[in-house]
Design a protein. Structure first.
Length: 176
């Protein structure tokens, strides 16, 4: 076979995630994951997954402290909460607002003033808003759901990105 196959043969045994796939997956899938991760060092893959795991734990702990898990929530409710954040991001995009902004009621109580971030930081007493913030809310909800269910979101992302890399242009002709 070609050089890529030879490199793959030389690589076997150096990456524990892919070694595990060798035991449970077909060779094409293993080759695909190898192609997508061959330039990442083991520490980079581990750091990505650790970062996702750490953030998921932090988000879920805060959600529990704030009372969002006092009762069992159905998958439909949880999924629609993610959808609602995407809808809010869409509303922000339609209004043409900045990706991130904060609003402040004037001292006289009349009207809102948009306060855009400058140089150093955010006023933590003002709610951040905008399309990017709403997309972040969707991600936060997804992290929270995955942590509640004990799912490894970092591994799922790695798996899906690897698979997507193997797909043809526009996934074979999809319009959307």
């Amino acid at each position: 076979m070609g050089a890529a196959h030879d490199d793959f043969e030389d690589w076997q045994g150096e990456h524990p995630v892919l070694d595990g796939l060798l035991k449970m997956a077909t060779w094409p899938l293993v080759g695909l994951v190898w192609l997508c991760t061959r330039d990442l060092k083991e520490t980079q893959v581990s750091t990505f997954r650790d970062s996702i795991s750490t953030m998921s734990k932090r988000i879920h702990t805060m959600a529990k402290e704030k009372g969002w898990w006092e009762t069992k929530r159905s998958p439909l409710e949880l999924h629609m909460l993610v959808v609602s954040e995407i809808a809010e991001a869409t509303e922000e995009a339609c209004r043409g607002t900045p990706p991130i902004y904060q609003t402040q009621i004037s001292a006289s109580g009349g009207g809102e003033i948009q306060v855009l971030p400058t140089g150093g930081g955010w006023n933590v007493t003002l709610k951040p808003e905008g399309e990017l913030i709403e997309l972040a809310d969707a991600v936060i909800r997804i992290f929270d759901i995955c942590e509640e269910r004990g799912w490894d979101l970092g591994a799922a992302i790695e798996m899906k990105v690897g698979y997507n890399a193997s797909r043809p242009h526009r996934h074979g002709g999809k319009l959307y």
